[in-house]
Design a protein around this ligand. Structure first.
Ligand code: DGL
Length: 270
């Protein structure tokens, strides 16, 4: 465990989708050394119970603390919704903990007072109502309309994120009456940055598409600066671990991270 600025940042997700967040973090903070953990043995988290996600999250967090991480970033929306409070409590003063929901809530507070905003995410994220509760707590008269869009994760993982099939599925969800008359749409899932272009095209310029990976990376930078934790001596090697390794996970890293990386199999669940 460490709070030294040169220590790594631990980032975890249910699988490899969280690489969209890791990628945004590396773009914003190229000098940071990251240890990524994708719990591919248990994905998808989006359909799991809160209790199961909490148990996985605690075990992963402990492993990242053992690696000396100065900060744990829960890159998965479903795990942020189900496990952030428990993970924070568990970590205590051993490291900092961030999730992917709070930076978006801060963004809404600054930009969407009195307005209507949509949210798409997994069943776990949407049914948890965590976004609604946090928006309500802002007391800024923001109305949130959330829709679970469970077909999008498997669709993207199978490589359908451009082309007719994906367009039809995306359109079917976005035409839902619940997602009308809003000024922004939050992409509340690790995978959705890959279909951002299609969603932007669907709405045109009147609806802002809020990509949480970018907002989270910016918030992380501000947070590290504030706590004097920016790594001023870069050079550590990044590690990308998964709890179950397959060639197909390896092949899709490029899709989510934008460049080739080497996945390492972790023995966490052995
Ligand atoms: N990482 C998950 C999320 O952001 C999506 C994939 C899953 O359901 O495990 O909610």
């Amino acid at each position: 465990m460490s709070s030294a600025s040169t220590a790594p940042i631990g980032i975890f997700d249910s699988g490899i989708g969280g690489l969209t967040v890791a990628r945004a973090v590396k773009q914003e903070l190229p000098g940071e050394h990251i240890i990524y953990f994708g719990d591919t043995a248990h994905l998808p988290y989006g359909d799991k119970s809160t209790a199961a996600i909490q148990a996985y999250s605690i075990k992963i967090t402990q492993m990242l603390l053992n690696q000396g991480c100065k900060l744990i970033l829960i890159a998965c929306n479903s795990a942020s919704a189900a496990g952030y409070e428990l993970v924070s409590e568990y970590v205590g003063n051993s490291a900092k903990v961030l999730n992917v929901i709070d930076p978006v809530i801060d963004y809404l507070r600054e930009n969407y007072q009195g307005k209507t905003v949509g949210l798409i995410g997994t069943k776990q994220t949407v049914n948890s109502k965590v976004y609604e509760q946090k928006v309500q707590a802002l007391n800024k008269n923001i109305s949130l309309q959330a829709l679970a869009t469970p077909l999008l994760v498997p669709m993207i993982e199978e490589g359908f994120f451009t082309g007719d099939i994906s367009k039809k599925i995306i359109r079917k969800y976005l035409r839902d009456p619940w997602l009308q008359d809003m000024e922004a749409l939050i992409l509340g899932c690790t995978h959705y940055p890959l279909i951002k272009k299609s969603i932007l095209k669907y709405y045109g310029p009147m609806v802002e598409v809020i990509d949480s990976s970018v907002i989270v990376a910016r918030a992380l930078k501000g947070f590290l600066e504030f706590h004097n934790l920016i790594n001023k001596h870069p050079g550590g090697k990044d590690h990308f671990m998964v709890s179950d390794f397959t060639d197909s996970f390896q092949a899709s890293t490029r899709m989510f991270f934008g460049e080739k990386i080497k996945l390492e199999r972790s023995s966490l669940w052995d």
